[in-house]
Structure formats: structure tokens, C-alpha cells
Design a protein around this ligand. Structure first.
Ligand code: UD2
Length: 313
């Protein structure tokens, strides 16, 4: 039985990982400062995991959490482009300084492998689509810079200390439990809950921007595969995790409108600073080296997510 340390375990991706790790018969230790994570995300599994409320900036807590862990799934972050524009120092602390602490803790505890929640924002606004991992990154926002800096730290800890690290560049993950309540929340969580409540969603810009929206179960599966892939194929490397299809926001709104049965219209506001225009992943590297294939497509993911919010609102 392996022990997985999940950082950001009370977040929507972290808690999904915790459930999946328990379901495969392994043990979970989780750490979260509850800044964006929520205890409710852990309700059904709280008695089955070793949960520690602590901040990753506390190196002693990180060292203690890493002790005896086989794998670390590093999900904790302040995951928002606009929030990083408002508070670049806070973004850097949570998204970079915390990562270095996790790496030091994992190295000292001789953890087998660290899997990192990297971000598609690293690619920035370069025109070439789809994005391949060997393209030069071009981050725009402080958030994107921070996520990319942490990737480089991951790779450097592999090169300098032999700690196996794998970076998964998530492309706009969505699904049940994603927090819709902050102005910085992901667009699908916001739109779905607003439309279910009969409120009017806002598109920033003209809505022609597109994303490779990826359902949570695909990201969870990618993490489990990344722990098991042979080191020669995975360690020290970066992989896109997505579905390989992009949809623009106007089309997304119409699809949601139809599934939800929403009668209203969308309103528009100015484009957001640090926003990128289009995002689409090439997935051949993840497929070849991790055996990753997305199991849930965009529409099915939307249906499951809407269903979940309908029940939980
Ligand atoms: C970035 C990353 C993503 C992940 C995320 C942090 C890219 C392509 N993606 O997502 O991988 O790291 O940061 O969790 O960089 N929008 C509206 N109305 C709203 C909210 C958002 O129009 O009420 C727009 C927003 O301007 C953007 C799109 O929706 O064009 C997606 O925004 P988001 O905040 O959901 O995610 P994004 O793309 O910044």
C-alpha cells in the first residue's frame, strides 16, 4: 500500500485525487491551508485520510507531511490569472515559494516521485495551435510566470538531486466541486451556477477566446498514470493534460444554455488583463509516454458538472 501526500487536498482537484487514491486501495495524507480549499470537499472521506491544516510556506509542516510518503501530488496553488494581476506577491508565494518547500521536503524524505499541477498558461499567447511541450513558453500573467517557474524547479530537482518529478500542464480543468463563489473562479463553475440561479453571466471580451476545457476525471487519471509511468519516460518531463479540442466562450454559453434550459442572454465586459486568446493541446506526448487518453469529453463533462451543481445548490 503506497502513501500519497496530496497538497491542496481540500481543493476540487486535490479532493478528487484523494478519492481516486483511496479507491485504488492506497493511503492519503493531505495538506491544505484552506485558503481556497474547503472542508466540505472532504466530507465523505475525512475519516479515511490523514488531513493536516497547514501552510506549505511552513517548511517544518512540509517536512513532517513528506515523511514516509511514496508520492507527492502537488496541487496546492492560488489558481487564478486575474488574482495574480491584483496580487503578484501573493501569487508568487503560493505558487512558487510553496513549491520549492514541497520539493525540499520531498527530496529530504526521499519520496519516489512528485507530480506537479502545472498550467497551460505557460504557453501564453503564441499563435501556433495546438500547443506542444517542446514549444518555447511565453507566459503573460504573473500567475503563468509562477506556474512555469515551478515547472523549472521541478525539472531542476530531478537534474540536481535525482528526485523524480513530472509536470502535468493542465488545460482549464472543470467539474464538480470547483468553487464558483469567487470573482476569480473558473469560467465554467461561474457560468453554470449563475445560469442555474437564473442570473446573467458575463463574458470578458467578445467571447471568441477559446479553451481546451478538460473534465476533472481526466486530470485525476493523468496523475495516477504519471506516478506509475517508467522513469525514463516521465521523470523530469512536462506533459499537456487536456482533451485536444477547443471551444470558444460564445459556443460554450450556447451549449450551457441548451443543457440547462436557461432563457436569458449573456452580457459583455472588457477583456481581462493577462488573458490569452486561444488554447489547445497537442496530446501526443502524454499519450505516448504516460498512456493518457481523455475518457470524458467536453459535453459529457458539462452534463455531469451541471447535474452536480443542480443537486448541490
Ligand atoms: C488559466 C489557465 C488554466 C488554469 C487556470 C487557473 C490558460 C489558457 N489556462 O485559465 O490552465 O491554470 O488559469 O485555474 O491560461 N471569463 C469570462 N467570464 C467570467 C470568467 C472568465 O468571460 O466570468 C473568461 C476569461 O476572461 C477567459 C476564459 O473565460 O478568457 C477562461 O477564464 P478562466 O478564469 O476560467 O481560466 P483561464 O483561461 O484564465
Amino acid at each position: 500500500m503506497a502513501l500519497y501526500l496530496i497538497t491542496g487536498v481540500a481543493g476540487f482537484i486535490g479532493s478528487g485525487l484523494a478519492r481516486a487514491v483511496l479507491a485504488q486501495g492506497d493511503q492519503v495524507r493531505g495538506i491544505d491551508n484552506l485558503s481556497t480549499g474547503r472542508r466540505e470537499n472532504l466530507t465523505e472521506i475525512k475519516d479515511g485520510i490523514d488531513f493536516r491544516e497547514a501552510d506549505l510556506l511552513d517548511l517544518d509542516a512540509v517536512h513532517a507531511a513528506c515523511k514516509g510518503a511514496d508520492y507527492v501530488l502537488h496541487q496546492a496553488a492560488i489558481p487564478s490569472v486575474p488574482k495574480s494581476v491584483v496580487d503578484p506577491l501573493g501569487s508568487n508565494r503560493a505558487n512558487v515559494d510553496a513549491t520549492v518547500n514541497v520539493l525540499v521536503g520531498a527530496r529530504d524524505a526521499k519520496v519516489k516521485r512528485v507530480v506537479y499541477a502545472a498550467s497551460s498558461s505557460a504557453y501564453g499567447d503564441t499563435p501556433t495551435l495546438p500547443k506542444r511541450e517542446d514549444m518555447p513558453p511565453n507566459p503573460i500573467s504573473p500567475y503563468a510566470v509562477a506556474k512555469l517557474a515551478s515547472e523549472y524547479y521541478m525539472v531542476s530537482f530531478y537534474r540536481c538531486y535525482g528526485l523524480e518529478t513530472v509536470c502535468l500542464r493542465y488545460f482549464n480543468i472543470f467539474g464538480p466541486r470547483q468553487d464558483p463563489s469567487s470573482p476569480y473562479s473558473g469560467v465554467l463553475a461561474k457560468f453554470i451556477t449563475q445560469m442555474l440561479r437564473g442570473e446573467q453571466p458575463t463574458i470578458f471580451g467578445d467571447g471568441s477566446q477559446s479553451r481546451d476545457f478538460t473534465y476533472i476525471d481526466n486530470a485525476v487519471e493523468a496523475n495516477l498514470l504519471a506516478c506509475k509511468a517508467p522513469a525514463e519516460q516521465a521523470a523530469g518531463r512536462v506533459f499537456n493534460i487536456a482533451t485536444g479540442r477547443r471551444v470558444d466562450l460564445n459556443e460554450t454559453f450556447l451549449t450551457l444554455k441548451q443543457i440547462i434550459g436557461y432563457k436569458g442572454e449573456v452580457k459583455h465586459a472588457p477583456e481581462r488583463a493577462g488573458d490569452i486568446k486561444h488554447s489547445l493541446a497537442d496530446m501526443s506526448r502524454a499519450e505516448k509516454h504516460l498512456g493518457y487518453k481523455p475518457k470524458v469529453d467536453f459535453e459529457e463533462g458539462l452534463r455531469r458538472t451541471i447535474e452536480w451543481y443542480r443537486k448541490s445548490l
